[in-house]
Write a protein that binds this ligand. Structure first.
Ligand code: 6PG
Length: 506
C-alpha cells in the first residue's frame, strides 16, 4: 500500500525518510516473522518489515500490524535506509541458500558495524562460515536459535544468540525484552562464538525429538499394553502435567488426546503414523557420532521417525511377522506411576546426554558455552520448556563445571528413585512386543554408564586378532610385556611364529 491509502491508514510506507526511525528490521513475513515483529513492536521498538514478495508487506501493514509501530519497506535499499545505525536486521527466511542470498543483497546497502541476525533453523557450520565471512567485511553476524513456534514468537520465544560477540550489547535489549521470562528472568542470553547459538538450538531440537518420542512410547503402552481409552489417557497426561513431568509437550499431548473430530472420534487416531522431520534431530545425531558422544536417545528418536515413515513396508511386515499379545495383569495405578517415573528417568538421561554433547562441542570447537544460561534459556518460551529445566538450571548454577547431570545430588536421587518402576515398564513392553526404543536406550545407557568394566575388552581383542589394531592393558595387569598406556599387538594364533606381544608407542 502506498500514497493516499497509506496516509489514510496512518501507515509509514514509501520512500525512505531522512531520519531513519527503525530500531530493528526483519526480513521474512511468514507467520514466525510477523509474530516476532508484533512482539518487538509491543515492547516499544519501531520495526521495519520487508518480504521478498512485497505485496505481503502491504497486507501485513494493513492487517495484523495496523496501528503498531511497524514500518514497511518495498526494497532492500529502503529497508536499510529506514534503520538507525548500527542497523539491527534479522532474517527469518528458509535456512540454506536463501540466507546467503539475502546477506549478499544487504551488503551493498549497509555499513561497518551493522548487525545481521539469522533467526532461522540454520545448520551451525553455516553460521560459523557466515560469522567469519561477515567479520572480514566489518559486519557483525549473529546466528540465533528461536524456539516456541508461532505463539512463542508472538508472546515470548526462547532466544539462543551466538556469533560475533561485539553485536551482543547492541541487540541485548531487544532480545531480552521480547524473549519469554521465567521467574522474571529472560529466556535469552549470549550463547557463544560463531555458530554456537544455532548449535544449541540444534541440540534443543534433538532433545525435543527425544521428549516427543518418549511421550509417544508412553501413549503406545497405555493404549496397546493397558487397553486404555483416549479420554483415560488424556486424564493421565493431565495428572502428569501437575508433577515432575509438568511441561509444554505433556500439556499439548493431553489436549491432542482429548480432541475429537466432528464424528466424536479422537482425531489423533485417524492421523497417518508416518512422522516427518526437517533435519535438526538428524544433525544432532550426526554431530554426536562425529564427536564420539553416546547421545543414544536422540539417535533412537530419529530412527523411530524413520521406521514410522516406511508405513507401506510395515503394513506388509505386519502380516508376515508375529509377536506376543499384550496381557496386562498387574495393578494399573501402580503401572501408571511407574510409567511416569520411567518417562522422567529417560528424560533425565536424554538431557544428561544433550549436555554431554554440548560440553564436548564446546571443547572441540573452542566455544565458552555457559551451561546454566542454556538451561535457563530452555526453561521458558521454547518447545521443551518444563519445570524440569528449572532443576537443571539449579544443578548447573550450583556447579557450572558439573561433569554430568547424573552427578548432581538431586538428579542422582531422582534417577535412583525412578529406577525400579522404569525397569518394570520396559520389561512389560518387551514381554508384550510393544517397542519402547527411547525408554530402552535410556536404561541401557544408564546401565552402561554406571558400569566400570564393559565388554569392550573382548572387542579390543577381536580387533587385534583380525586386524592387528592393538590394545592397551588394564593398569592393574601391567608388566614388562604389557606396559601402561602402550599399544600392544599379540599374535593370537601362533601362526607364523610364537604367541608373542609387540609393543608400539608407549
Ligand atoms: C521450535 C521447534 C521448531 C520446529 C522444528 C520442527 O523450537 O520452535 O523446534 O524449530 O517446530 O523445526 O522440527 P521437525 O519438523 O523436524 O519435527
Amino acid at each position: 500500500m502506498s500514497g493516499p491509502v497509506a496516509r489514510l491508514a496512518g501507515l509509514k510506507v514509501g520512500p525512505a525518510q531522512s531520519e531513519p526511525s527503525g530500531d530493528f528490521g526483519l526480513i521474512g513475513l511468514a507467520v514466525m516473522g510477523q509474530n516476532l515483529i508484533l512482539n518487538a513492536a509491543d515492547h516499544g521498538f519501531t520495526v521495519v518489515a520487508f518480504n521478498r514478495t512485497v505485496s505481503k508487506v502491504d497486507r501485513f501493514l494493513e492487517n495484523e500490524a495496523k496501528g503498531k509501530s511497524v514500518v514497511g519497506a518495498h526494497s532492500i535499499e529502503e529497508f536499510c535506509a529506514k534503520l538507525k545505525k548500527p542497523r539491527r536486521m534479522m532474517l527469518l527466511v528458509m535456512a540454506g541458500p536463501a540466507v546467503d542470498d539475502f546477506i549478499e543483497k544487504l551488503l551493498p546497502h549497509i555499513d561497518a558495524g551493522d548487525i545481521i541476525i539469522d533467526g532461522g533453523n540454520s545448520h551451525y557450520p553455516d553460521s560459523n562460515r557466515r560469522t567469519k565471512y561477515l567479520a572480514e567485511k566489518g559486519i557483525r553476524f549473529v546466528g540465533t536459535g528461536v524456539s516456541g513456534g508461532e505463539e512463542g514468537a508472538r508472546y515470548g520465544p526462547s532466544l539462543m544468540p551466538g556469533g560475533n560477540e561485539e553485536a551482543w550489547p547492541y541487540i541485548k535489549d531487544i532480545f531480552q525484552s521480547i524473549a519469554a521470562k521465567s521467574d522474571g528472568e529472560p529466556c535469552c542470553d549470549w550463547v557463544g562464538d560463531e555458530g554456537a547459538g544455532h548449535y544449541v538450538k540444534m541440540v534443543h531440537n534433538g532433545i525435543e525429538y527425544g521428549d516427543m518420542q518418549l511421550i509417544c512410547e508412553a501413549y503406545d503402552i497405555m493404549k496397546r499394553g493397558l487397553g486404555m481409552s483416549y479420554a483415560e489417557m488424556g486424564d493421565v497426561f493431565a495428572e502428569w502435567n501437575k508433577g515432575v513431568l509438568d511441561s509444554f509437550l505433556i500439556e499439548i499431548t493431553r489436549d491432542v488426546l482429548r480432541f475429537n473430530d466432528d464424528d466424536g472420534k479422537p482425531l489423533v487416531e485417524k492421523i497417518l503414523d508416518a512422522a516427518g522431520q526437517k533435519g535438526t534431530g538428524k544433525w544432532t545425531a550426526i554431530n554426536a557420532l562425529d564427536l564420539g558422544m553416546p547421545v543414544t536417545l536422540i539417535g533412537e528418536a530419529v530412527f523411530a521417525r524413520c521406521l514410522s515413515s516406511i508405513k507401506d513396508e510395515r503394513t506388509r511386515a505386519s502380516k508376515l511377522l508375529s509377536g506376543p499379545t499384550p496381557k496386562f495383569t498387574g495393578d494399573k495405578a501402580t503401572f501408571l506411576k511407574n510409567l511416569e517415573q520411567g518417562l522422567y528417568a529417560s528424560k533425565i538421561i536424554s538431557y544428561a546426554q544433550g549436555f554431554m554433547l554440548m560440553q564436548t562441542a564446546a571443547k572441540q570447537y573452542g566455544w565458552k558455552l555457559n551451561k546454566p544460561s542454556i538451561a535457563l534459556m530452555w526453561r521458558g518460551g521454547c518447545i521443551i520448556r518444563s519445570v524440569f529445566l528449572k532443576d537443571i538450571t539449579s544443578a548447573y548454577r550450583q556447579n557450572p563445571d558439573l561433569e554430568n547431570l547424573l552427578f548432581n545430588d538431586f538428579f542422582n536421587k531422582a534417577i535412583h528413585t525412578a529406577q525400579p518402576g522404569w525397569r518394570d515398564v520396559i520389561a512389560f513392553a518387551v514381554q508384550s512386543g510393544i517397542p519402547m526404543p527411547a525408554f530402552s536406550t535410556a536404561l541401557a545407557f544408564f546401565d552402561g554408564y554406571r558400569t566400570k568394566d564393559l565388554p569392550a575388552n573382548l572387542l579390543q581383542a577381536q580387533r587385534d586378532y583380525f586386524g592387528a589394531h592393538t590394545f592397551q592393558i588394564k593398569p592393574e595387569y601391567a608388566n614388562d610385556k604389557f606396559k601402561v598406556g602402550a599399544y600392544t599387538h599379540v599374535n593370537w594364533t601362533g601362526r607364523g611364529g610364537n604367541v608373542s606381544a609387540s609393543t608400539y608407542n608407549a
